[in-house]
Design a protein around this ligand. Structure first.
Ligand code: HXC
Length: 307
């Protein structure tokens, strides 16, 4: 599914950490959704750069395997905990365990989310609640629990939330996810104003298409039936102006920058990370890129002669 446009050769992904070694030495990070996909890559890079990381996921076997793989690669401690972020009591006990084992985190990254690709009229109240609670409420549960403890301890911290590019435009067929991610953007900006007095800053990354096993399966499932002519495969890379889908390690490099001391001037920002997709899709004349030189000659000629 992840086909490339010709221009993609100009924009190869770099997957190695850009920050200096030991950037996060002595720091404790908490990453929700750290078992797979974007959360896993972020955890790997934080750990490569010296952080001790606690990762939370609903699936204990998945998160444990990830923690083992990462700590054996980086030689840094990774703690895996089972947590349904929708449940604030579960969040509270996991944060307590993180504090006992590693300390109160200075870096908090919310990467867990739920999504159902479906016509909105097919969603039951529970389906709606499942997506919104695992995305927006889960993020709020983690931020408020850790935030209150940070305030009591007079400790500063940086928060990063994973949002979606479609939170701004909205998107059909992922309506609860779009609404929840828009909520995450508002949460990020609100607390980026309110809690700086406690030494906390907040940013979000609004992701466009990123290649993960799960997103590839979701896309494939959702579009397979529509896509008998292979049209969507072509369309995906054609929507993205750099001509390819993003890689999780690229997100990790941006995430690490945003939670490092190199970015202390960044606060309340929603960083669009989509290969130029949103601008490209909304710019009225961008589709003209497929017009040939000969046709431009004709168009120019006609336009110059039109008085
Ligand atoms: C309609 C559905 C459904 C579907 C589940 N439900 N799938 N309704 N269409 N395809 C309904 C169920 O019937 C149930 O409602 C309710 O949703 C909860 O379902 P459960 O299976 O009990 O919930 P749970 O296992 O807790 O969560 C299901 C899930 C979750 C929300 C689908 O597994 C999930 O989020 N998976 C995807 C995770 C993921 O990919 N996250 C990253 C997203 S990436 P009733 O009324 O019957 O009880 C991303 C970027 C965009 O978001 C990527 C685009 C390709």
């Amino acid at each position: 599914l992840e086909q490339r446009g010709k221009q993609a050769d100009y924009f190869p992904p770099v997957k190695t950490p850009m920050l200096p070694a030991d950037t996060f030495k002595g720091k404790v990070a908490l990453v929700t959704g750290g078992g797979t996909g974007v959360g896993r890559s972020i955890t790997m890079m934080l750990s490569q750069l010296g952080a001790e990381v606690t990762i939370l996921s609903r699936k204990l076997d998945v998160v444990k395997k990830t923690a083992d793989e990462i700590s054996s690669t980086t030689n840094n401690n990774v703690l895996a905990l089972q947590c349904d972020v929708r449940d604030h009591t579960c969040v509270r006990s996991c944060v307590s365990e993180c504090i006992t084992e590693m300390g109160l985190p200075q870096i908090i990254i919310n990467a867990s989310s739920g999504n159902i690709i479906a016509p909105t009229e097919r969603l039951s109240p529970n389906a709606w609640a499942t997506v919104v609670d695992s995305t927006l409420t889960g993020t709020a549960n983690v931020i408020t629990d850790v935030g209150k403890r940070l305030i009591s301890a007079h400790q500063s911290a940086v928060f990063l939330n994973i949002s979606a590019a479609y939170a701004l435009s909205g998107s059909g067929y992922v309506t609860p996810s779009a609404a929840a991610k828009a909520g995450i953007n508002a949460l990020t900006k609100s607390l980026g104003s309110e809690w700086t007095k406690y030494g906390m800053r907040f940013n979000a990354i609004a992701l466009g298409p990123i290649f993960t096993k799960k997103s590839a399966v979701l896309r494939e499932e959702a579009f397979r039936l529509l896509d008998t002519a292979g049209e969507f495969q072509t369309h995906l890379s054609e929507r993205i102006s750099i001509g390819r889908v993003g890689e999780t390690e690229e997100v990790a490099n941006l995430a690490c920058y945003l939670v490092s001391d190199y970015s202390t001037y960044m606060n309340g920002a929603i960083v669009q990370f989509d290969g130029g997709e949103a601008n490209f899709m909304s710019g009225e004349f961008n589709q003209l890129q497929s017009v040939s030189e000969e046709n431009w000659d004709m168009i120019e000629d006609k336009m110059r002669r039109t008085k």
